[in-house]
Ligand binder design. Structure first.
Ligand SMILES: Cc1cc2nc3c(=O)[nH]c(=O)nc-3n(C[C@H](O)[C@H](O)[C@H](O)COP(=O)(O)OP(=O)(O)OC[C@H]3O[C@@H](n4cnc5c(N)ncnc54)[C@H](O)[C@@H]3O)c2cc1C
Length: 403
């Protein structure tokens, strides 16, 4: 089924010289790429495996770097209206004692660009509105691609599970963690499990300790819990617990198991779990991949989790996908540049920043999940006493979209 999202913008007959981009995946990265490529003057078609676009029930922090990137696309969407602007960020012990208040509000104020806490579905809907007019074909599972070798601007054909095929001048693999486009480019790769599960839920919630615009992380031993305000009285919570790979990948546990894991934690944590219907709790394994140095070949490239899947500790996965999309659009908009050159320039521009975020996410995650009786107090003391100037510099660098 192809959804031609309403809008007159793309109805003009394309000029013969216009390039056509095929985007595989209608996640956050794919949809942002679609609008960025249209802005760059390409005709765009999006192909999505799912039969309906329905984001699973969890939340995201869309940090100032991603908001800056999105604003450069002039989408006319105001994410603050759909979510909650971040106003405070605290890290506490399992029982609620303050470890550190992170200076996000100060940095955000200085940058003059908000960071927004938003549900995945609200973000996806906002991006779908922005992508209005771009055809999005649902139920289209890409299986393989073939490039035409003739000339620098040779095209690419994509084959789908139902036997159909499409042809374009550019192929963007925005097909997430298990990307088939990446699989064909890079060959078989094992994922890297990080040794813990992540439970998630979005629920209506109120509590005196749950403030508007707040992010609060609670750190225990081999376990953490995060509470994030999504606006409109909605709480997004996530909990992690060290767990063998086999178990976390096939988790079919119960709410009682989650409640047991957080027995004795701060009252607000236990309240949040208690208020969550069992069926609202998702369990996802925490994993990434070894960083891939080459994301593309000829007219094919990768974007978002397909290119650089990362652990969640920095809350930057979708932010990096959004940044990727904007940089890709800019490179393809450079007049007189052939497609492979534009794609290699995009990959070169993104490699260092995304590698740094993947690496930092993994090392912070290992530190955060520690259950070692010596490392754990070291972890808390490190964050408590880390000089503010250093912390601010690191956070400000993450929150600044390199232009
Ligand atoms: C627990 C958790 C918490 C997170 N928190 C944050 C956060 O706070 N902030 C943040 O920025 N990031 C966060 N992330 C990371 C973020 O979710 C991802 O980085 C982001 O979703 C990546 O977007 P994407 O578009 O690259 O991939 P995806 O969102 O995975 O989208 C890929 C799309 O491709 C489709 N697809 C897959 N295969 C095919 C195929 N063969 N053919 C056609 N379509 C296909 C899929 O159905 C999907 O729609 C979190 C992740 C997790 C797991």
């Amino acid at each position: 089924m192809t959804q031609h999202l309403e809008d007159g913008e793309n109805t003009a007959r394309p000029l013969p010289a216009r390039r056509k981009a095929i985007v595989i995946g209608a996640g956050i990265g794919g949809l942002t790429a679609a609008v960025a490529l249209r802005k760059a003057g390409l005709d765009v078609e999006v192909y999505e495996r799912a039969n309906e676009l329905r984001a699973a029930g969890s939340g995201l922090s869309v940090m100032s770097n991603a908001i800056t990137a999105l604003r450069s696309l002039d989408l006319g969407i105001d994410l603050e209206k759909h979510g909650s602007p971040l106003e405070s960020y605290h890290v506490r012990t399992a029982t609620g004692r303050l470890i550190r208040e992170f200076p996000f509000p100060e940095i955000i104020g200085r940058l003059g660009v908000p960071s927004v806490l938003i549900t995945r579905s609200d973000l996806q809907n906002a991006l779908l509105d922005a992508a209005s007019g771009i055809p999005v074909t649902l139920g289209a599972q890409a299986e393989r691609f073939e490039t035409d070798e003739a000339g620098a601007d040779g095209g690419v054909r994509v084959g789908f599970a139902d036997g159909s095929e499409v042809r374009g001048d550019v192929l963007i693999g925005a097909d997430g963690f298990n990307s088939v486009v990446r699989g064909q480019l890079a060959g078989p790769e094992a994922s890297r499990d990080s040794g813990y599960i992540c439970w998630l839920a979005v629920i209506p919630f109120s509590h005196p300790r749950f403030a508007p615009g707040s992010v609060t992380h609670y750190w225990g031993s081999g376990q953490r819990f995060g509470m994030v305000d999504m606006g409109d009285g909605r709480l997004y919570w996530w909990g992690t617990k060290n767990m063998p790979t086999e178990e976390s990948h096939n988790w079919r546990g119960t709410k009682a198991e989650v409640e047991r894991a957080y027995a004795g934690w701060a009252d607000v944590v236990r309240e949040a779990i208690r208020a969550t219907p069992e069926e609202a709790i998702l369990g996802v394994p925490s994993r990434d991949r070894v960083f891939l140095e080459r994301w593309g070949k000829g007219p094919v490239t990768l974007l978002g989790d397909a290119a650089h899947p990362m652990l969640t500790s920095l809350g930057q996965g979708s932010c990096m996908a959004i940044e990727d999309a904007v940089v890709l659009g800019r490179q393809l908009a450079v007049p007189g540049t052939d497609v492979p050159t534009a794609l290699r320039r995009y990959e070169d521009e993104r490699r260092e920043r995304t590698r740094a975020v993947v690496t930092a996410s993994r090392s912070i995650s290992t530190f955060e999940q520690s259950e070692d009786p010596i490392r754990r107090p070291v972890r808390d003391a490190y964050f408590r006493f880390l000089p503010k100037r250093r912390l601010t510099r690191t956070l400000e660098n993450a929150l600044t979209f390199p232009q």
